[in-house]
Design a protein around this ligand. Structure first.
Ligand SMILES: [Zn+2]
Length: 138
């Protein structure tokens, strides 16, 4: 039987990103703010360059005086064209509801879906018309 390489589950990748962040919170040299990018698809444009769909997981910490700090997480998506000289190399980054970092990971991951779908549509439309070639060599 041939081995079919299936794409990894996007939901699991987003959940792993949240769990990883939770594990590292409070450690030295670990940033409380930042956005993880998980590849959610790759397309090829007319020029042969890759257009990448990314699920985004954004972490933040809000300092509230006299209270505990508030840590949050948001899921979203964007698309990025790697074509050399592309006129519009990325879509906007869009995010869903802001959750408490301790929120249910499945619930947070589910909010990425409509944004990933929109990013896939942007990537598909972009790939059909973009003629920027991949950067090769120097
Ligand atoms: Zn492009």
């Amino acid at each position: 039987m041939p081995y079919i390489n299936t794409a990894p589950s996007l939901e699991e990748a987003v959940i792993d990103s949240i769990k990883e962040h939770r594990r590292n919170v409070g450690r030295r040299f670990y940033s409380e703010h930042g956005t993880d990018r998980v590849t959610a698809g790759q397309l090829t444009n007319v020029g042969g360059a890759t257009v990448e769909v990314l699920a985004l997981v954004k972490f933040a910490k809000k300092v509230r005086y006299g209270q505990d700090d508030e840590r949050t997480v948001q899921a979203g998506a964007s698309a990025k064209c790697h074509g050399w000289g592309c006129v519009e190399p990325s879509s906007d980054e869009s995010f869903g509801t802001e959750f408490d970092l301790d929120a249910d990971v499945y619930e947070v991951a589910a909010t990425a879906e409509p944004f990933v779908q929109a990013a896939r549509e942007w990537a598909q439309a972009h790939a059909e018309k973009c003629r920027a070639q991949p950067h090769t060599g120097r």
